[in-house]
Design a protein around this ligand. Sequence first.
Ligand code: FAD
Length: 367
Amino acid sequence: MDVDVAVVGGGIAGMSVAGELARDHAISVAVLEQESQLAYHASGRSAAAFLESYGSPEIRALTRASRPLFEAGDDDEAPLFAPRPLLWLAPEEQVGELDHLLVAEPLLRRVDEAEVLRLCAAIRPGWTAAAAIEDGAQDVDVAGLFERYRRLATRNGATVVTKAAVRGAEADGDGWVLRSSGGDVRARTIVNAAGAWADDLARLCGITPVGLTPFRRTVAIVSCDMVDRSWPLVGDVAEGFYFRPEGNGLLLSPADETPTQPGDAKPEMEDVALALDRANEATTLNLRHVRTAWAGLRTFAADRNPVVGYDPTCQGFFWLAGQGGYGMQTAPGMAMLAASLIRGEPLPRALADEGFDPQRLSPARFA
Ligand SMILES: Cc1cc2nc3c(=O)[nH]c(=O)nc-3n(C[C@H](O)[C@H](O)[C@H](O)COP(=O)(O)OP(=O)(O)OC[C@H]3O[C@@H](n4cnc5c(N)ncnc54)[C@H](O)[C@@H]3O)c2cc1C
């Protein structure tokens, strides 16, 4: 196969940039995914939240730029949002952190304990010393988002190949030859959207890694007789736990961050137990019965900002990695940004209007 751009990684990062690049038919695109199933790793395991008050200033700008696409896609496709406010709780020792967040983020408003209990009757009275709410937070239809980009890419001629693990790459004239288990691919540009494996892919291509660390995060679905589906997403500001309704149960996480190797992450029983303990401390729910649990990898660079841009040392190697815990909510903005940088075009309007500086995400910052 011979294409302009070979995207390595069939998660949300790879599929969304493939969709954006294929849009104008001027660029031929192939997506290579090592698994037999797309979105098998981080992109299939998220908590599906869209939180504009979460992450670095660059993450927040990318999240804001993504909002219109979630609200209504191209051709007035159905919205991918369902409203679910975010309620930050702060026990006494976290009040300073919450105050800081309230100053930094105008979207948050302080709420008193009476309002906390009105929003979620399960919070243990007296547990939280201060609280704030982001009214516009949302649940995201992550499968719908992924499918929208997959359709956009394939309808516009992109090729998607599963069981295509890239195991070697050689520079070839003004491009690359990728050796994959699905066959060889010749491409002018490689987009490294390999998630937890992005540093490994760089090494395969003879490029210095940027220093990404995959951190395991655990999620459990627990039975909960008292659940009210209108409860917000509830978490403590220091990120010790979060929960939200999921069907007639609760989705619960200890917000763990265990550094690990790239791979098929599995939940550890002690992390699930920790989630139950922390949620039971903060609420009167007395959660006990775990229906199912999973884990996934949130992959961060040292400064916790994504890595987006051409490698400064090697022509035709583009990084789209380090999305950490924000890869769903930022995917539309990040895909537009990456596609504009790959094409050598000006920044997307939504980011330019904010004075967004793409250098803040460039891999050159690690050189
Ligand atoms: C528990 C959990 C909760 C989360 N909650 C949220 C949330 O609420 N909101 C939010 O915005 N984000 C959330 N995230 C983060 C979000 O899921 C990720 O940022 C995002 O999915 C990263 O997408 P990706 O495409 O970069 O990675 P991935 O989905 O991991 O995709 C990378 C792909 O590359 C493939 N690959 C790697 N190496 C090769 C190779 N050599 N050849 C071919 N293919 C290769 C892999 O198989 C993989 O499919 C959460 C993550 C986790 C784990």
